[in-house]
Design a protein around this ligand. Structure first.
Ligand code: UD1
Ligand code: CA
Length: 458
């Protein structure tokens, strides 16, 4: 069988980003640019992927992990030089290699596949993708002869005025038959305005040696934009966001205002869920059927089961079970697990706690490091006093307990099931099953006190 590999160039610094981070690690819709390119390579059915790293190599390698192979380009001497660094990894291979740039995240797997099929069917030595841009500034231009055949690619900086007027550009996606790439790489030089080894020169070399070079023109130039600065980064974010939202809408999710909704790449949402404006849904969040999310909610890496309502709230790394209501204005912090048919109301904060089925925490309550049972009623203004200034302690509240308003539960403390706690109590000791605990000052009434003090309002 013939080998199929991809090389993603990701060694450049990306000066125009003005960043301490490698350009290819900047993210759109929650994923680094280079990871998007890798995803499309995978979608095109290519398993073997080599990433050429250089500037901030360790960071790029750590991000990509062991799903790809790495070639190190110590000095960034150009895109052709970058591909040379991957040469030893291709030497025993027969077949084809796709070369892409790590700063072109919008390319689709199907486009890579199309280019590869075209390349193979035509028996080409190399195939380039091209597209037309209104503003081609910065891109390499495609030079064709009178018959329309590609002759070479000329870089913007090396181009004369006439060549710069050409709108057909090189977006930087190439298919090569491996042996021809290796042959051509050996022949490129750095005689150009930047003193770099250009990958684009391999095209002219192969044409001059009378090998067949094809060009596949793609209409949707959006897909092929390279990212060199933060303005282009935000434009790519928009295009990718639109794709993600369209996918969810096609799957039966209602998104009321797509221009005002942000959903990252790995989020999954089931049908008949409605997303109101102002929502930001991130990480590996899963949302079940028939939920109402928003307006203005942020959900990060959480599981939301079916028929849940989350209004104007924040949910982070937590699990919310079916038929539960959250918000408005609730804050569910990491490692929380909320049961079924629970009510988490306004100005409630839950942190690293379990809340049992059918429990109500309706308003103005803080629950941290706690295990709350089923059918519990937490009164307004209740606080688990979980921090002694040095360490965190646990609160346990049994099933069917009624906790009155404005109660402090000083942890570590246990309230056993079926208990009642009087409003305003500060509970420091274990409350036995089925008992009432009152822990507050008795009320004192001084009859006629106001008049004696002469404070009667006339
Ligand atoms: C390149 C193309 C240009 C094309 C444009 C499309 C060349 C010579 N030019 O120009 O024809 O229109 O992309 O966006 O190929 N890189 C390395 N090592 C290096 C240099 C670059 O790995 O030594 C990587 C960068 O990390 C980046 C990619 O290659 O991901 C492209 O490099 P960049 O400097 O952005 O090339 P352009 O000038 O945009
Ligand atoms: Ca570029």
């Amino acid at each position: 069988m013939e080998d199929l590999s991809a090389i993603i160039l990701a060694a450049g610094e990306g000066k125009r980003m003005k960043s301490k981070m490698s350009k290819v690690l900047h993210k759109i819709c929650g994923k680094a640019l280079v990871e998007w390119v890798y995803g499309s390579v995978q979608n095109a059915g290519i398993q073997d992927c080599i990433v050429v790293v250089g500037h901030k190599a360790e960071e790029v390698m750590e991000y990509m992990g062991d799903k790809v192979r790495f070639a190190l380009q110590k000095e960034q001497l150009g895109t052709g030089h970058a591909v040379m660094q991957a040469q030893p990894m291709l030497e025993n291979k027969q077949g084809y290699v796709i070369v892409l740039y790590g700063d072109t995240p919008l390319i689709k797997g199907e486009t890579i596949k199309k280019a590869l099929d075209y390349h193979i069917q035509n028996g080409n030595a190399a195939t380039i993708i091209t597209t037309e841009l209104e503003d081609a500034t910065g891109y390499g231009r495609i030079i064709r002869d009178a018959q329309g055949n590609v002759v070479k690619i000329i870089e913007h900086r090396d181009a004369n005025e006439q060549e710069r007027a050409i709108k057909e550009v090189n977006p930087g996606v190439y298919c090569f038959t491996i042996k021809h790439l290796l042959d051509a790489l050996g022949k490129i030089n750095n005689n150009n305005s930047q003193g770099e080894y250009y990958l684009t020169d391999t095209i002219e070399i192969l044409i001059n040696e009378k090998f067949k070079v094809g060009a596949l023109k793609i209409d949707d130039s959006n897909e092929l934009s390279g990212i060199n600065n933060r303005i282009q980064l935000s434009q790519a974010e928009k295009v990718m966001q639109q794709r993600i939202l369209s996918k969810h809408m096609e799957n039966g999710v209602t998104i009321i205002d797509p221009s005002n909704t942000y959903i990252q790449a790995d989020v999954e949402i089931e049908m008949d869920t409605i997303i109101y404006p102002g929502c930001i849904i991130e990480g590996n969040t899963r949302i079940g059927e028939g939920c109402t999310i928003g307006p203005n909610s942020r959900i990060i890496s959480s599981t939301i089961e079916k028929n849940v309502e989350v209004q104007n709230s924040v949910v982070i790394e937590s699990h919310v079970s079916e038929d539960t209501h959250v918000g408005p204005f609730a804050y569910i912090r990491p490692e929380s697990r909320i049961g079924r048919n629970v009510k988490i109301g306004d100005f409630v904060e839950i942190k690293k706690s379990v809340i049992g089925d059918n429990t109500k925490v309706s308003h103005l309550t803080y629950i941290g490091d706690a295990e709350v049972g089923k059918n519990v009623n937490m009164g307004c203004g209740t606080v688990t006093v979980n921090y002694d200034g040095q360490r965190k302690h646990k609160t346990v509240i049994g099933d069917n307990t009624f906790v009155g308003c404005n109660v402090n539960l000083v942890a570590p403390v246990t309230v056993n099931k079926n208990a009642y706690i009087a409003a305003g109590s500060t509970i420091t000791d274990e409350v036995p099953e089925g008992s009432l605990a009152i822990a507050r000052e008795r009320q004192v009434v001084k009859e006629g006190w106001v008049e004696k003090r002469g404070r009667v309002h006339k």
